[in-house]
Design a protein around this ligand. Structure first.
Ligand code: ITT
Length: 191
């Protein structure tokens, strides 16, 4: 059985494939023509929407990720608007740094909601992972994607962009979501 990975974000796609590779699933890419409007007002609502719509359009199982960065001092922004906060990663990072300015209160969290939909669009599994950290004053590191260069984990003394892929895979919001999901994914019967 084929499972469609319902994302258009290459950084996410790489990470999702990493988590899913231990399952003996045939993975397929989302056809670019299928674009889902993210009208939900929570991460999990948008993950469900993306998984369901792609599943129905392809008549296959589909897995979706909706994620983003919530900055405490910005009342949770950019949150579900993380992808729409600018036109490039550099732009989005610049905007968060500008809005935070010299504020000392730099707490933030990354959130990752994952939903898996059956070919008829109903949701089979879902979960949300949260990773707390801090926003640096300047970007640091060149690995990963998105907001990784400004998201710092004090416990590791590194930003996500300074971690190896394996390290980020384990400790990130996405890693926490998959840690919760893997036992159920392993048990799942896709037939
Ligand atoms: P799809 O909806 O097609 O999956 P997208 O990029 O639009 O792609 P989202 O709507 O979930 O995805 O937006 C997520 C935003 O949060 C996007 O700007 C990412 O760069 C950022 N983001 C999510 N996970 C991240 C991570 O692990 N590291 C850095 N930034 C991340």
């Amino acid at each position: 059985t084929t499972v469609v990975v319902a994302t258009g974000n290459p950084g996410k796609l790489t990470e999702l494939k990493g988590y899913l590779q231990e399952l003996d699933w045939q993975l397929a890419l989302k056809p670019e023509a299928i674009e889902v409007e993210e009208t939900g007002d929570t991460f999990i609502a948008n993950a469900r929407l993306k998984a369901s719509e792609v599943a129905i359009a392809t008549q296959q199982w589909a897995i979706a990720d909706d994620s983003g960065l919530q900055v405490d001092a910005l009342d949770g922004a950019p949150g579900i608007y993380s992808a729409r906060y600018g036109s490039s990663d550099a732009d989005r990072i610049g905007r968060v740094l500008r809005e935070l300015g010299e504020r000392q209160d730099r707490g933030a969290q990354f959130v990752c909601a994952i939903a898996l939909a059956r070919p008829d669009g109903t949701i089979a599994l879902e979960t949300t992972g949260i990773c707390p950290g801090e926003i640096l004053y300047q970007p640091q590191g060149d690995k990963g994607f998105g907001y990784d260069p400004i998201f710092y984990l004090p416990s590791h003394d590194k930003t996500f962009a300074e971690m190896s892929p394996a390290e980020k895979e384990r400790y990130s919001h996405r890693g926490i979501a998959f840690e919760q999901l893997m036992p159920a994914l392993r048990r799942l019967d896709l037939s």
